[in-house]
Design a protein around this ligand. Structure first.
Ligand SMILES: NC(=O)c1ccc[n+]([C@@H]2O[C@H](COP(=O)([O-])OP(=O)(O)OC[C@H]3O[C@@H](n4cnc5c(N)ncnc54)[C@H](OP(=O)(O)O)[C@@H]3O)[C@@H](O)[C@H]2O)c1
Length: 478
């Protein structure tokens, strides 16, 4: 398929740090179509030569010293415009037509909106008004970066705009977590192992914890973070996607719609808490130095930590708590899913009642699977001790997981939407998160604080205690 990839926001951080390296690796692995041109749209008055020259100061030496870089350069076009100005779109149309004509790429256009969310709708409108969405052969595709809205209302408005211009199957809502190698592995671990598939339910699983913690703060992203906070930034998208993958029923097939059909059912069955009960299930907090960060309001009530006790109202998960937490300036950087199995009670070895099995799916920074089970301690005494199997995928030489964006761009080009959020998933997760945000707006006193570089606020430990559990920190559970 001959494609033209058109990137709005093409001189930004996302394009330079993620998209261009991803294109480079795809080209290196011969995964890009032969005829594929990439048009970079920015505001800066670069000539084509200046654009390419400045890239060489930004991209890693490993890329620019490689002969593939020369090849990629020959597919890059810089185009300067102000995308807020609708008068400039007819010229864009002419430019893209000239690229198509030169390279015979008029089969398919892919518009990548690497721009702030308030520009999604106007850009799409101006494209339509200037006949940039009319198919010559294939229907155009659109790739939309997160955040997809800031609540259900804004997301619905945006979605209305998108679906009036693009077919759902040509709409790719990026949640780059879904491109991570271990997320794609969750289904395999669950459904390809006789060891786990039959016991993935309330009869054998005691609790599930999903943690995504970072040691860094918000750095220079104060502007963005003040509008988003941990809940919108991480929970509404990434963490609820993780939860739905872990908890979904077996899909009818591996097709993207069959998988997303099952994921959305989980999100729809997440128990919504009445307003007066929400505080028993949710904690929000801010790291202590947050208000001194650049571009942060001095009395900001933006949360940098979020914890949730969730339950899924269906026969598989009835009564099993799912605990989710995310936070910045945490004690450790880790994203992982911990599945605690029920301990054996009334068995031959009463002491194992306090030694449950754990399965840990490690997502980042290390990727792998950790399994803890019980065995006899070598020696003359009959002591039972927990032992661990720890498979580290990204420690193995020769196994180099592709960056999430590499996989995602590849899927956009070949038309596989499995790793992108469908509208009904986005809608359901916003419905869930909206009720929490409304509660917080009415109860500003619910914000607590935690010292920088710790495991989070005391309130989060209290939340766990209230439900009879505690946070499990890998490496501390032996
Ligand atoms: N950076 C990441 O890692 C990341 C990760 C996930 C999601 N995102 C999302 O992706 C989007 C882009 O992020 P970013 O970090 O790349 O932003 P950024 O570094 O601020 O870049 C913004 C880009 O938009 C362009 N731009 C702004 N106003 C314009 C206008 N009126 N006309 C034409 N071009 C204009 C800028 O062009 P000039 O510089 O030439 O003015 C620049 O290319 C955001 O929605 C962000 O939330 C980013």
């Amino acid at each position: 398929m001959r494609n033209t990839f058109v990137i709005f926001g093409g001189t930004g951080d996302l394009t330079n740090r993620k998209l261009l390296p991803a294109f480079f690796h795809l080209l290196e692995e011969e995964k890009l179509p032969q005829e594929m041109e990439i048009v970079i749209i920015g505001r800066r008055p670069y000539s084509q030569e200046q654009y390419l020259a400045q890239l060489e100061t930004i991209l890693s030496p490993k890329i620019i010293q490689n002969s593939i870089w020369k090849k990629l350069q020959s597919h890059l076009y810089y185009y300067q415009m102000n995308y807020e100005n609708k008068e400039e779109y007819p010229s864009l149309e002419q430019f893209l037509s000239s690229v198509d004509e030169k390279h015979h790429t008029n089969h398919q256009r892919i518009y990548y909106l690497a721009v702030a969310p308030e520009y999604f709708a106007p850009i799409v409108d101006y494209l339509e008004e200037n006949k940039l969405l009319h198919p010559v052969q294939g229907y155009p595709k659109v790739v939309i970066e997160k955040p997809f809205g800031k609540d259900l209302n804004s997301a619905s408005y945006l979605n209305g705009k998108i679906v009036s211009r693009f077919k759902e199957e040509n709409t790719y809502r990026i949640d780059h977590y879904l491109g991570k190698e271990m997320l794609q592995n969750i289904m395999v671990i669950r459904f390809a192992n006789a060891l786990f598939e039959p016991i993935w339910n309330k009869d054998f699983i005691e609790q599930i914890q999903i943690s995504s913690l970072e040691t860094i703060g918000i750095e220079t992203r104060g502007d963005y973070y003040e509008k988003s906070g941990a809940t919108r930034d991480m929970a509404q998208s990434h963490l609820l996607q993780l939860l739905s993958l872990v908890a979904m029923e077996k899909p009818a097939s591996l097709s993207s719609d069959a998988i997303r059909d099952e994921k959305v059912k989980v999100l729809n069955r997440l128990k919504r808490y009445p307003e007066e009960e929400i505080h028993h299930h949710i904690v929000r907090a801010q790291y202590q130095s947050y208000r001194q960060e650049p571009k942060v309001y001095s009395e900001s009530s933006t949360e940098t930590y979020f914890a949730l006790h969730a339950t899924i109202d269906n026969p598989r998960w009835s009564g099993v708590p799912f605990f989710i937490r995310t936070g910045k300036k945490a004690a450790k950087k880790e994203t992982e899913i911990i599945i605690q199995f029920k301990a054996i009670k009334n068995g031959l070895y009463p002491e194992v009642v306090n030694l449950p099995n754990f399965l840990v799916i490690k997502i980042q920074p290390s990727e792998g699977i950790f399994f803890q089970f019980n065995a006899k301690k070598p020696g003359t005494q009959s002591l039972i001790v927990p032992v661990q199997m720890d498979f580290c995928q990204n420690c193995q030489t020769g196994i180099n997981s592709p960056e999430a964006y590499e996989r995602l761009l590849f899927d956009v080009i070949r038309g596989d939407a499995t790793l992108f959020a469908r509208w009904d998933e986005v809608k359901s997760s916003w419905e869930f998160i909206d009720s929490i945000m409304t509660h917080w707006a009415n109860h500003p006193e619910t914000l607590s604080f935690y010292p920088d570089n710790t495991w989070g606020p005391i309130a989060s430990d209290e939340l766990m205690r209230q439900w009879g559990y505690q946070w499990i920190n890998l490496g501390e559970k032996e």
